[in-house]
Design a protein around this ligand. Sequence first.
Ligand code: 13P
Ligand code: SF4
Length: 302
Amino acid sequence: IPLHLPWIDAINKLKKQRGAVIMAHSYQSPEIFHGVADITGDSLGLAQAAADCDADLIVLCGVHFMAETAKILAPHKTVLIPDPEAGCSLASSITAADVLALRARHPGVPVVSYANTSAAVKAESDAICTSANAVQVVEAMGSAKVIFLPDEYLGRHVAGQTRVELVLWRGRCEVHEKFTAQQARHAREQFDALLVAHPECPPEVLAEVDFVGSTTAMGKWLEREKPARVALITECSMADNLRAQFPATEFIKPCNLCPHMQRITLPKIYEALRDMKHAVEVPSHVAGRARAALQRMLAVGR
Ligand code: 13P
Ligand code: SF4
């Protein structure tokens, strides 16, 4: 962090002048997460924070669907994303036309979409969920069958925890799909570590671990269990950010970085605040329907 101090100071000064709130996802690098963010969290936490935020200006340090969600939930605020090219392999795995085709194939079956989708896909969905509340949202639909998109692995994990039948899509997180069961076993055997994984990992990885949870749930699990050694099988900025909070725990890193999350840097955050760019806009006919689906998720909570 010392290397980054001039940027951190400049951003924090400009942030105050502008009356902005900086929100950062847990996969942001430590200099952003600890240095300039006012609010940090998983994608559900950031959506809730945007809906409740008092400031008129939000800088969302995360990927594009997170900034879009913030704009949809806070339509009268300005939401800036420091790099609009920060995408997500799950969000780009499905279009609104794909959702309509699935609906035509399964008439009357409600659609629950993962937050990792475009605003246009959200607008064609009945409800949104994140990995923190997927089972609860699926069950809140009150239907024996639900179309669940686009993450196949998260869908399989959810299907294992509910009697609701799920129709799945073949979307994958390009970061989490790379982890292998062998890596997980290696961390346990070589380092005597407990294992925690994000539900976007392949099923054979989830079968090896002690706990499966969203980014925030992982932090809570660490607070409860206080393990001597842990391997977080997820984007590796998570371990970097949590290390400061859990000094007694040793973090073993099977490491995959999300290239989209890493596009957000201190200089780009500074430029976003200085030039008031890149403001996220969602067409009102899309935003209204996407907001209704997001509000069903917020009503379910965590
Ligand atoms: P969370 O919902 O756990 O924040 O995850 C979002 C994400 O992009 C995971 O790869
Ligand atoms: Fe998307 Fe995976 Fe990156 Fe999360 S880690 S933003 S799911 S590509």
